[in-house]
Design a protein around this ligand. Sequence first.
Ligand code: HEC
Length: 408
Amino acid sequence: MRFLPRLFASSFLVLLTAGAFAQDGKAARGAIDRSDPIAVLEDRIVNGRTSLGFEPDHGFLKALLQQLDVDPRTQILVFSKTSLQDKLIGPQTPRAIYFNDRVAVGAVQNSTVLEIMAPARNGYVFYTLQNESAGSPRFTKHEGADCGRCHGADALEPGLIVASTPVARDGTPVFIPRDRPPRLFEFTDHTTPVADRWGGWYVTGSHAGQPHLGNGAFTYDEAGVRHVHNADAFGAATLAGYFDVSRYLEPTSDIVALMVFEHQARMTNMLLSAGVMATRTKHLSAAAVEDLLAYMLFTDEAPLQGTVTGDKAFQAAFASAGPRDTAKRALRDFDLNTRLFKYPLSYMIYSPVFAALPPFAKQAVYARLLEILEGQGVTPRFARLSAEDRRNILEILQATKPDFTAAH
Ligand code: HEC
């Protein structure tokens, strides 16, 4: 079954005209939430300032990514049956996820909708975009349990999800029996050893040929011992042998894109919940500042066991998307030999979710960050940062983050 009926020649592009929305009435709804990228896009469409092209292979996907400034090379593919449209997802039809530091988009073959999620002023916002047929793009905003039953009922916890799920050959999660109570999956981030990451995900590229849980299928025996099937797939350079890659925008589920998104998902969740809670309670505890900074400064990052090789085009595009100082250093520069980034301070410091911290909270984060970078009050938790790391990060920030410099 194809994603969309092949009614159109593949080059056929339906451009929606602005006039189609003029009577929609959405523009009259009142002030939109400018922190919500989909509300902003919808407003621009309604007001005729932009439109979304629909094409037969992927519907609105390409146009949506372009409008949201999301690079298709961020594509990561998950085949575990763990999300909303689990019946449509499996090893032959993995779900694609695309992201930047403001928004994540999910696309499933043969589905009627695209799924979108973004951090906004009061928590995460969730949308689906009807993707069956050309016409006016129809976004539906979801509140409550629709998406919240997995992503968090109060739109804060757990938020964005990246997890490692051991799966059977058909993508069904298998319980991890050694855990009491047994668990279906484990959340992963930059602190998780690579060997324990990516169950249920496809992975292209390699971590120095070391094993991880991606691309494979698993069973557990009665003693709780894990058995791995197709273990030879760990270093797969291409996914062509697994499923029809031509159905996707990219032939990859790039290892470095996965590592970036894993870092970023937890970072976004932490920044958003700190910001929303600080706004509600008018308080951010010193302990919360320490936790935020420990994650921002990668103090517990799982060390890499060797060079990570992935899609160079993704790396170049990602690294060029943020500011650089006069010595051409950027927080988005990769290391990929011993750690993910060359300068271990999260590039999410430039993101809207960081900017949305209430001023008093941002001040507290900046004050403690400066203290650590200047080498005063470096508690054991931050001892892993070398003097050189601290100096590099401080110089980059001073050159590229005016409000950090202004704060002291
Ligand atoms: C049954 C649980 C469940 C429901 C309900 C659900 N999701 Fe998810 N979603 C997941 C899981 C688990 C992931 C992580 C990737 C995966 O396993 O597919 C995910 C990932 C995503 C992603 C990619 C970013 C990320 O967090 O990894 C988007 C976007 C997303 N979901 C949007 C939505 C929207 C919009 C809704 C509601 C219309 C929704 N989801 C409902 C479980 C769910």
